[in-house]
Unconditional design. Structure first.
Length: 202
């Protein structure tokens, strides 16, 4: 039996990192900082540098990075970006023997806490029983090694990296945000607009 190998990014694709980040900033710096949702306010995300969107001072932006990197439990507070599509992904693919789904994230480890274990716990709380999680900044290399055949991410850099390493062996999908529209992408990278769009391609 041929096994279809799927790679899925987390933040901005499955988890609403942007809402979590802005909620944390509000808690730290006051209610004048607006909480932004990845769906409702999507057109506001014109850059990866959220401090620019939120008009944070440099020291505040540095404090945010330090808080998240030193306390990866932050990731356990994130909400699902597409709850209904997520449930469909679980029900249709999580227990199938002919599908192998790996969640590939570039989250950062702290000195005392494994962000991989934090991520696995979050996925289990969301209903995915035995999640396979890889933490890496080299998604292209890992997709090639794992033999990933379909991959989705919202980062243009990561999508290009996977495309470069895997070429035709992996079909790459980029989840649309303003921050990934700045550059022309190869025709072989497909732009999608929701997690549901990716599920339809599996």
């Amino acid at each position: 039996m041929a096994i279809k190998k799927i790679g899925i990014d987390l933040d901005g694709v499955v988890a609403d990192f942007y809402k979590g980040y802005t909620k944390l900033a509000t808690q730290k710096f006051g209610n004048h900082v607006e909480v932004l949702c990845s769906i409702k306010h999507r057109e506001r995300f014109s850059t990866w540098k959220l401090e620019k969107i939120m008009n944070l001072e440099k020291f505040q932006a540095e404090e945010m990075i330090e808080s998240i990197n030193n306390f990866p439990m932050f990731y356990e507070t994130l909400e699902l970006l597409y709850p209904e599509s997520w449930q469909k992904l679980i029900s249709e693919f999580s227990n199938r023997e002919d599908y192998e789904i790996t969640f590939i994230t570039s989250r950062k480890n702290s000195e005392s806490v494994s962000v991989r274990e934090v991520t696995k716990r979050w996925l289990q709380v969301q209903g995915w029983q035995n999640p396979s999680v890889i933490v890496t900044d080299e998604k292209g290399l890992f997709c090639k090694v794992l033999g990933i055949q379909k991959f989705v991410d919202d980062s243009l850099k990561n999508c290009l990296d996977v495309h470069t390493h895997c070429q035709e062996a992996c079909e790459v999908f980029i989840l649309d945000y303003p921050h990934n529209r700045d550059h022309q992408i190869p025709d072989s990278i497909k732009r999608i607009h929701t997690l549901e769009d990716f599920i339809k391609e599996l």
